[in-house]
Structures are given as structure tokens and as C-alpha cells.
Design a binder for this molecule. Structure first.
Ligand SMILES: *Cc1c(COP(=O)(O)O)cnc(C)c1O
Length: 685
């Protein structure tokens, strides 16, 4: 019994299969909550005896039957790519993965995107193997002190208490200067996809190497580069030690650029290739996704540091130090310039993409010097717009509706499938009542997570704002006109309430000041709440229950944004600057665009004018539409927008669509080119 339940617990499919998650919850709702929804801890704390007792309850037995059925059905279903000719698997590298709140190896959007990528890849049955790091302390949890400032709390993770298992008997090395660090490997099972997590916390390592995988996003370049060596070089070696023959590699952000260098090394060593030959073959299989819209978002490493940590290794690869440094320089040949991971990854990859159409254009401008002499429009950076894993992010109640009206396999249908039209026919009362229930659940949750207890109003227009607190995201935009904001919030006839949530990076002082600013607002304003410790669980409640999802970054600085997709697929209406994904998604049938005067050529920042535009939208359009009701109290026009939002966003902005795009535009071409090069007569093997 325990063994069978462990199988369900170690397969992270439960994170997107409510029938399995529901079973764990039913076993012991209180423990489920106190373990932060961690089935491994839950089972350990219940023990064989507690389990036997729980199974005396009929609802537990029924839940188990249902969980078993859901598990079986998933694996018995033929996924789309099962019969596709898959010549080799794809290695997917990322410094963070956001899969569940109980596996704290993510900080925010980049990690959740990587987690969603794996989940959708599992659904589609594409052969992909992922590599990341297992952090002993993860990213800090957020608390708020009496003065309203963010403080970070770090918990120690113990691998034995997480839904990951150690791969016994396999360890690899990675070079750190003249030394080698030993790396242990853990495995998380994400449906059909294995995620291998590297861990340097081994007794055989000296202390300074043991701590490499302590925390996510360490700010010191020295520590960061060590992590990138473990991920890039150690990651490829781990795959080989595990018998994975991947030759197409997807670098999710520049952190893993060293994966390409290790590919060159192994091709030279095993196939007796020259540097140029190995380079060509390695490059053919590298797919790179850049996520930052500003140069400062990359990592930069001083030549001296690179020399110290990578000098001996580069020597072994047979690439000169200067050539390596030049890979990462805007102006190759300038010995003082640091190595920028984005330039390096762009030059090492055969195919590079941004994360929305607009971000593709921003990236071509930003990084054009990687292709000196090419006009901006010809810079070979394309785009694959991000998407979110719908079964993870769409509320079970909305899933129920979609299953009934569209079909039980709604999550596996193309956007062009005619069955999607049925969304537009969901009765208004049914959709609205479900939304109100989800909103009630959100407001309940808000009581627990709130910095300051508040009586929230189920009937008030509820705006959600959940994202990292970084200056460019302008959580404080509406504070530009405090009296006007107060007027909106305190209206007795048509009140508005706002739920804020978000962490700032521990080293980002302006971001932390923003948190303090919003906490102060929430403490004085009864209709504003700040929810602590934004994580996947909180994000899920927010996107399920909000009426409006607000996003007001400075234009061109939000590469894609994904929380608005999560909200929109649940029927929340987006009010957003035309940036990132919204620039291509926006249609007046299901949301609003906050006017901004910024263009690619004149990215001026006019907070005042944009705040004014936002207030006008809210006052003249959003609030009136929300409070316009029929005799039964249903906002018919609003519900029509909700339907259109679900119809468009759940299809076009799904991780399913994203992974298929990656397959069609990058993975299959990469695999083909590597195959072709293997056929060259001078191929050593
Ligand atoms: C989706 C998500 C994000 C990213 O949201 P953006 O809109 O891209 O800023 C960050 N954190 C968590 C926990 C998320 O679920």
C-alpha cells in the first residue's frame, strides 16, 4: 500500500492531476496543508498505521480508486508525439524549475515556465530529459517585519523529504579551476519526463565546493559561475553517465551556456574532431532562449575570474582563453570587457529565440552586435511565445466546465479545433457562479496569507497583482495619484479592492523598497491587501479568483509575462500595458490595453501619463462593465468577455502550443542538422 502511494507521490503528475492531488488531501487535509502540500512528508508522517486508519474511511478508498484510474488513464493515452520519428532526445537545461510549492528549486517566472515546459512535454510525449540543480536552501521565503520590510527566511531542504530520489551509484565531476567538484544526481519524475537535479553537497567535497548548490541566484559572480559550471559541464556529463544520448540541447536562459562548450569537448575527445568540426556539430544542436529584455539582465564575468575557474578546463577543450572570452563580448578583442552569458549563448547556438514576438524584436536590437555588420532586421533571433501548462493553472472547477462543454481532452486540442467554440456557449450563470466560488476561496486564502487581516468583500471588483517586485514592473504605478486611487477603493456603490503579492530579490534594494511601499499602503487602506510569500500555491489562488489581472510594466521590459495567461485562461480579464505576450494577445473582446506612448525607438518613461491612462480605463470602462448586471445579478457583458478570454488564451497561450512551436521551429531542425553532420564522411564514429 505504502509503496503504491509512494509511486503516486514521486510522480509529479499529481501537481496537475486534481484527482490524485485530491486523494492526498483527503488522506489528511490538515497534514496536507502543514506539509505545504508535500505528499512525501505526508506519507512519512502518517506511516503505515495512519494510512490503514485513513483507508477505513470510504471517501479515502473512493479517492484512491479515482487516483489510480487517473494515473492509469494518463499513461494509457497515446500522446501526440508518440509515433513521431524522434531520432534522439532533447536535453533541457535550466537553473530553476517551478513544479510545485513543495519543491523549492525556483524563484519565479523563469522557473515556472521551465516547469510548465516539462509538464506539457510529458503530455505530448516528446522525448526530453531535463537538468537543473537541487538547492539545499532554495530561494528564501518572504516574511514582512513590523516596519513593513521584506525579510527572507531560508529553510534547509532534505532531499529525503522532497519528491525526488537519489540516483544511486552515479556521480560525475565538473572542473572548478584546478580542482574537480563531485556531483550527486537526484531525479524528479515529471510524468513521462525525468528531471535530473545536480547536488554538490557531498562529504567528499571541500567546504567551498560543497556549498555551490546551496542557494538559487547567489549574487556573487564567483559563486554564480561555479553554479553555471556545475549545470552546464556537470549537466552534460550527468546525462552521459545516465546513458542519455541527447544531441539537441535547449538552454533556458544563458546560465547554461557552458553546456555547449562541454559538447565541443566531448565531441573532440570521443570523435577525434578538430575544434572547428566539433564546434559545427555542437552548435547545430543548440537551441537558446533569451529571457531578458535588458543587457543588465545577463550574467557578466570578469576575465580574471573566468581564468581562475575555467582556465585549465578550456585548455583541455582546446579553445584559447581569448577566443572563449570573445564569445561573450560585445566587442571581441577588447581584453577588458567581461564575458556576457547572453552573447556567449547566442554565438554558441544555432537557433536563438526571444519569448514573445515583441521580445524577439527587442532582442534583435539589443544583441545585434553578436552579428557585426548585419542589419537589425536580419539578426537571426526569432521568437517562440511563452505559454502556461493549462492543466496546472486552470482551476479544477473551470476544468470541469471545459471537460463538459469542449471535451475531456480539451487540454490536448489545437486552438483551431472546432470544439473550442462551445466555450462561447457556456451558460452565463454557470460560469459566473463558478467564478464567484473561486473568488470566495481566494478571499479565504487571503485572510491567512495577508500581512494585515482584512475584511474583504466578495462583491467588490477584485484586482490581482502578483509578480516579482522589480522596479520596472511598477507595483506602485497607481500611487502616482493617491487621491484618485483612494476614490476608486472607497466608492460605496462600486468598490474596488486590490490584492498584491510578490517577492523581490534579496539583493534588489529598489525592489524591496517597492514591497515596503505597497505594504504601507495595505496597512493604511482597508481595501488593499499584501499577501506574503508569493509562490505557486498563492499564484494559483490569485489567478483562479481575481476579476481583473493587472500588469503595468514599463513597456519593452516585460519579455513575455505569464501570470496574465494563467489568469486569462480562468476567465480573469487582463488590464495590461501592450508588452510581452499581451502585445500579441490583446483583443478588445476580452481585455484592455493601458495606453503607453513608448515605442521601440522612443522607449520614454511617462509614469504620470500611463497611470492617468490606467485610471481612465478603470473608471470609464472596467468598473462600469463589472457592475452592469441583469435582473439575476449576472454581469452578462462581462461574462461574455470571460468566455472569449478562456477561449483564446487557454489555446493560444498554452505550454502545449509553445512546446509544439519549439518542436516545429527548433528541435526538429536541430536534430536534422546534427543527423546530417553525422553522415559526413569525416565523422569519426
Ligand atoms: C507565473 C508565475 C510568475 C511569473 O509571472 P509574470 O507575470 O511573468 O511576472 C512568477 N511567480 C510565480 C509563483 C508564478 O506562478
Amino acid at each position: 500500500m505504502l509503496e503504491e502511494l509512494k509511486q503516486l507521490a514521486y510522480d509529479l503528475m499529481w501537481t496537475w492531476q486534481p484527482r490524485i492531488e485530491g486523494f492526498f488531501r483527503t488522506l489528511d487535509p490538515e497534514l496536507w496543508r502543514s506539509t505545504r502540500q508535500n505528499p512525501i512528508l505526508l506519507l512519512a508522517q502518517l506511516g503505515e498505521e495512519g494510512l490503514q486508519r485513513a483507508c477505513e474511511r470510504p471517501e479515502v478508498r473512493a479517492g484512491l480508486e479515482d487516483a489510480r484510474a487517473a494515473y492509469r488513464e494518463y499513461y494509457e493515452r497515446n500522446p501526440r508525439f508518440m509515433d513521431a520519428k524522434a531520432p534522439m532526445s532533447i536535453g533541457y537545461f535550466s537553473l530553476e524549475f517551478g513544479l510545485s510549492e513543495c519543491l523549492p528549486i525556483y524563484s519565479g517566472g523563469l522557473g515556472v515556465l521551465a516547469g510548465d515546459h516539462l509538464k506539457a512535454t510529458s503530455d505530448l510525449g516528446l522525448p526530453l530529459v531535463a537538468v537543473g540543480l537541487l538547492y539545499r536552501q532554495g530561494f528564501g521565503h518572504q516574511d514582512i517585519d513590523a516596519e513593513g520590510r521584506q525579510i527572507e527566511i531560508y529553510f534547509e531542504n532534505d532531499g529525503s523529504q522532497l519528491p525526488v530520489r537519489k540516483v544511486e551509484g552515479v556521480e560525475v565531476d565538473a572542473p572548478i579551476g584546478n580542482r574537480n567538484v563531485r556531483i550527486a544526481i537526484w531525479k524528479a519524475q515529471v510524468g513521462r519526463i525525468p528531471l535530473y537535479l545536480l547536488d554538490t553537497n557531498l562529504e567528499s567535497n571541500p567546504h567551498d565546493l560543497r556549498t555551490i548548490t546551496d542557494r538559487l541566484y547567489v549574487p556573487e559572480p564567483d559563486r554564480r559561475l561555479r553554479q553555471e559550471i556545475v549545470l552546464g559541464v556537470g549537466g552534460v556529463r550527468a546525462l552521459r553517465a545516465l546513458g542519455v544520448d541527447a544531441m539537441v540541447f535547449h538552454l533556458n536562459e544563458g546560465h547554461s551556456f557552458l553546456c555547449a562548450i562541454e559538447r565541443i569537448r566531448e565531441l573532440r575527445a570521443s570523435r577525434q574532431m578538430t575544434l572547428e568540426e566539433a564546434w559545427l556539430v555542437a552548435r547545430a544542436g543548440i537551441v537558446f532562449t533569451t529571457h531578458t529584455p535588458v543587457a543588465a539582465g545577463s550574467d557578466y564575468f570578469e576575465p580574471g575570474l573566468v581564468w581562475d575557474l575555467l582556465g585549465p578546463y578550456l585548455n583541455q577543450v582546446g579553445i584559447s582563453f581569448d577566443r572563449f572570452m570573445d564569445l561573450g563580448r560585445q566587442r571581441p578583442g577588447d581584453p577588458r570587457e567581461r564575458l556576457c552569458t547572453t552573447y556567449a549563448a547566442l554565438r554558441l547556438a544555432d537557433q536563438s529565440v526571444g519569448v514573445s514576438r515583441l521580445h524577439g524584436a527587442v532582442s534583435r536590437r539589443l544583441w545585434k552586435d553578436a552579428w557585426r555588420g548585419l542589419p537589425e532586421t536580419q539578426v537571426p533571433i526569432g521568437s517562440v511565445t511563452n505559454g502556461v501548462h493549462m492543466p496546472t493553472w486552470v482551476a479544477p472547477e473551470i476544468t470541469g466546465l471545459l471537460s463538459r462543454y469542449v471535451g475531456p481532452d480539451w487540454w490536448d486540442l489545437d486552438g483551431s479545433d472546432g470544439r473550442w467554440h462551445a466555450v462561447l456557449e457556456i451558460p452565463a450563470e454557470e460560469l459566473w457562479n463558478i467564478h464567484v466560488d473561486l473568488k470566495r476561496a481566494l478571499l479565504e486564502m487571503a485572510k491567512e496569507r495577508s500581512d494585515h487581516p482584512r475584511q474583504l468583500d466578495l462583491n467588490a471588483l477584485t484586482i490581482g497583482f502578483g509578480r516579482r517586485f522589480a522596479s520596472y514592473k511598477r507595483a506602485n504605478l497607481m500611487l502616482v495619484d493617491h487621491p484618485r486611487l483612494t476614490k476608486l477603493l472607497r466608492s460605496s456603490k462600486r468598490p474596488v479592492q486590490i490584492l498584491f503579492a510578490g517577492k523581490s530579490h534579496p539583493a534588489d534594494q529598489p525592489g524591496k523598497d517597492l514591497v515596503a511601499r505597497i505594504v504601507a499602503l495595505a496597512r493604511e487602506e482597508p481595501k488593499v491587501v499584501f499577501l506574503k510569500d508569493y509562490d505557486i500555491e498563492l499564484a494559483r489562488h490569485l489567478v483562479h479568483g481575481a476579476d481583473i489581472w493587472l500588469n503595468n510594466p514599463r513597456r519593452f521590459l516585460e519579455a513575455s509575462g505569464t501570470s496574465g495567461m494563467k489568469a486569462g485562461a480562468n476567465g480573469a480579464l487582463n488590464v495590461s500595458i501592450l508588452d510581452g505576450w499581451w502585445d500579441e494577445a490583446y483583443q478588445p473582446q476580452f481585455g484592455w490595453a493601458i495606453p503607453s506612448g513608448a515605442t521601440l525607438d522612443r522607449p520614454n518613461i511617462d509614469d504620470q501619463a500611463e497611470a492617468e491612462g490606467l485610471f481612465r480605463l478603470l473608471e470609464r470602462e472596467v468598473v462600469p462593465a463589472f457592475y452592469e448586471r441583469d435582473e439575476a445579478g449576472i454581469p452578462q457583458r462581462w461574462v461574455q468577455m470571460m468566455r472569449a478570454s478562456i477561449r483564446n488564451i487557454a489555446t493560444d497561450f498554452s505550454a502545449r502550443r509553445m512546446v509544439i512551436d519549439y518542436f516545429n521551429t527548433a528541435y526538429s531542425a536541430g536534430a536534422r542538422r546534427v543527423e546530417q553532420l553525422r553522415l559526413l564522411p569525416d565523422w569519426g564514429g
